[in-house]
Design a protein around this ligand. Sequence first.
Ligand code: ATP
Length: 559
Amino acid sequence: MALGASLLSLVLPQVLAWLVNGPLLTDGSRAGVVGAAAVVLVVGLLEAFLVWCRRAFIATPGTNVEQDMRVSMFRHVLDLPVEFHDRWSGGQLLSRSMADLGSIRRWLVFGLVMMLVSAATVVVGVALMIATSWQLGLVYVAGAVPMMWLSFRFREDYKVVARRARDQAGDLATAVEESVHGIRVLKAFGRAQDALDDFSRQADALRDTEVHKARTLSRVTFALGAIPEAILAVSLAIGVPLAAHGHISVGALVAFFATATIVNRPVERLGQFLAMTLDARAATDRYVQVMDTVSAVQDPAEPVALPAAGPAGTRVELAGVTFAHPTGAEVLTGVDLVLEPGLTTALVGLTGSGKSTLLQLVPRLYDATAGAVLVDGVDVRDLARSDLRGAVAVAFEDPILFSASVRDNVLLGADPDDEELLHLALDVASAHFVADLPRGVDTVIGEEGLSLSGGQRQRIALARAVAARPRVLLLDDPLSALDVSTEAAVTARLREVLVGTTTLVVAHRPSTVALADRVAVLEDGRITGVGTHADLLVNHPHYRYVLTALAAEPQVVTL
Ligand SMILES: Nc1ncnc2c1ncn2[C@@H]1O[C@H](COP(=O)(O)OP(=O)(O)OP(=O)(O)O)[C@@H](O)[C@H]1O
């Protein structure tokens, strides 16, 4: 339709030529003039109708493409492993999934269509101009050479700044995200001004890039506007003598200039279309960069079914597990550890010894670099991730809650309508404070649960892990914000409810260690001792040292 509208506009100069050569220069008949006016009117109305159709019909496919790309990207980002999210900032992903995709849509619905239409209009228009007068047509074609050279130069310059601007916009989004996320720290330390200064510096850099882009575009727009006008002046200087000597008719001369005026329009806008295309290209590159990232943690081609748990529960084994973050040194070196079915094992080690890392290998938040993690004898890499993560629940030390109701947060990994389970899980986690919230379990907790205290957040996160009714429960020191007596009450209830659940608890407090059936000591990336608390106290010097260090950590600071 866009093409039809544009090509129709080229009909008008031909009507004009016929009008000049016919009724105007010969008989001057009224019927001829009226006929020409009628043709102009019909062609004009048809062109307007086609333009309306283009605008009306392009919106749906354009927005559909944008939506499909956005959903695919979010699905892919959710599927990418934690290691990817360790490296990528939220702002970059945000700007790629919002602003970049918006720019691709605008290009699809306008830039691409207008580029194609303009190209067709120019080709057909120049052909008509050559057919009208080959001498003048060739002059016009000669003008294309400097324009193509200028466009090439523009493309080389602009594509670099277009990409830079998008990357800087992503960094700026990250700065906003981090500052908002850490607003309490910034305020408490009185660093708001520093954050503002940093942000202003980044915003200045983005503005400079945008100005650079605009200047590059304005230079090429000026050149692409001036050259066709100059060609028209040259054509006029050549065309008038040609017409005067009868080499071309006056009508042909008029038609040539009318066509040239129409062809000039898309030529003059070529810079703008090119800029849009290069912007969309930078946006597409950034989109593809995320989409082309292959997830290192994938489902196997033919997943093995998770065997039913044994009578005592599920057995988890880490066999010769070694792990290093892509950017760091080896954290775990040949770890051998068995979590006996239905028992609670405490994992103890100095800070930074790799306890959280070890725990995250079980649900495949990371994959072991060497060795294997086995759940009931099956390598976790041979299981479908959904099966594995359905059987394993984690409560992290830093509890992440979503801006949803308490109910939705707790029943995240369970049946969302299971009222009984909801209350049981909250009870086990000693989250009785929920009853006092304004709307009870339906109270929407603020972004990331920041409207709750640290201990309250931890208890909701623990309730979530319990409600998942896992075969294996991994607790990364989830009770650290609770006082010792609440911790004891929660642990006692956990023991009652989680009969048959194999539990690994990362312990930072002697009180937590004492509640476990067995203790494993992580030292220099290896498990150097497994036994009861009492045995290890007697036989394991590093365990004694770690316990002393943990006990020395002040729980209450007295000034
Ligand atoms: N994403 C990461 N990239 C690179 N190194 C990391 C990453 N996460 C953790 N590490 C490093 O791995 C090591 C183990 O970290 P981990 O969080 O497992 O220790 P931890 O024993 O749980 O510590 P803590 O008791 O303080 O919670 C640390 O040296 C840490 O710096």
